[in-house]
Design a protein around this ligand. Structure first.
Ligand code: DGY
Length: 318
């Protein structure tokens, strides 16, 4: 008999073909949220759960499924899972590292350039028929080349962002609890600097930390005030790393110049003041959203799930 699993949303067809070979799959809803109460119902009697980052896999969910052996998250981040409880109960938890690094670094750069060069604002202006000819001071933005890039969190994605910065001959500073070796610093052309120093020196500050108690609201009013008034802040990590209310205020008052966000503190809700501001570019959490990468993420989660339920060690245990 195949082990029973719950896949909380319809995934790409090839992933279901693979899963069906090994598992008895119940698929949750698609195109809408899976309410927590429904998740609690559906997970009962299941040995495995393939979750998305929007599924709150808390203690209650794991308690509802006494036979649960593995939660395979389809994301590199796993802050949506109560890891402490899972560990206590011996439930395996896996993620999808590696496969989304380049795609997320690309999106980071798309956001940096979009904010610095005011691309969405300029596009709206053009579409609205406001372009009446070249002007010396039309839509002036911030320069990127040879400026200072500050990277907070120098994991896979932070490093991939640093590599791309070399094309712009940037002075890259990074902060991470784990300092890179001199060889790595040379390879990524990035110098270690204390967090506060990066805040005050960066022309572009980009966040690539995981969400932990320590990084919750890492960027608040005080940190924003420490930044240059010409600085751009970009967040493609997790929304709660930035105090959205403080950011809205900083953008309104010109404490920093602009921001680009792909993630939000209370996702999918967005601080309403941000929606009214022209100096922030807002994206709907699409950091890893290329067809190839999303397929790789889902396939990685599926392989982890199958491994965990067929007596093998899943490749991406967290
Ligand atoms: C992740 O995997 O954590 C990303 O946020 C998905 O886009």
């Amino acid at each position: 008999m195949k082990p029973k699993v719950l896949v909380t949303r319809q995934l790409l067809p090839e992933v279901h073909v693979f899963l069906d070979r090994f598992l008895e799959v119940e698929t949750g809803v698609t195109g809408r949220d899976l309410p927590h109460a429904e998740l609690l119902q559906k997970v009962k009697e299941k040995a495995g759960l393939l979750s998305l980052l929007v599924d709150d896999v808390d203690q209650e969910v794991m308690e509802a499924a006494p036979g649960l052996k593995i939660v395979a998250n389809c994301a590199v981040g796993y802050n949506n899972i109560d890891i402490t409880y899972a560990r206590r109960k011996g439930i395996l938890v896996t993620n999808t590292p590696g496969v989304l690094t380049e795609t997320t670094a690309d999106l980071t750069w798309a956001l940096i350039l979009a904010v610095a060069r005011r691309i969405p604002e300029a596009e709206r202006f053009t579409r609205e028929g406001k372009f009446s000819g070249w002007e010396l001071d039309l839509m002036l933005g911030q320069e990127i080349t040879e400026k200072c890039l500050g990277i907070i969190g120098m994991g896979r994605i932070g490093k991939a962002v640093a590599l791309r910065a070399q094309a712009f001959r940037m002075n890259t500073l990074y902060f991470d609890h784990h300092r890179l070796s001199p060889e790595e610093e040379k390879h990524y052309a990035a110098a270690y600097a204390p967090f506060l120093q990066i805040l005050s020196q960066a022309d572009i500050l980009t966040l690539h930390t995981t969400l932990t108690e320590e990084t919750q609201r890492l960027i608040g009013r005080k940190e924003l005030e420490a930044m240059k008034t010409s600085a751009v802040l970009v967040n493609v990590s997790r929304g709660p790393v930035v105090d959205e209310n403080a950011l809205a205020e900083a953008l309104e008052k010109g404490i920093i110049w602009g921001a680009g966000l792909d993630v939000y503190e209370r996702e999918p809700a967005i601080e309403s003041r941000l929606l009214d501001l022209g100096n922030v570019v807002l994206l709907p959490h699409i950091g890893s959203a290329s067809y190839d990468t999303r397929l790789k993420m889902a396939m990685t989660a599926a392989h982890n799930l199958v491994a965990g339920l067929t007596g093998k060690t899943p490749p991406n245990l967290v």
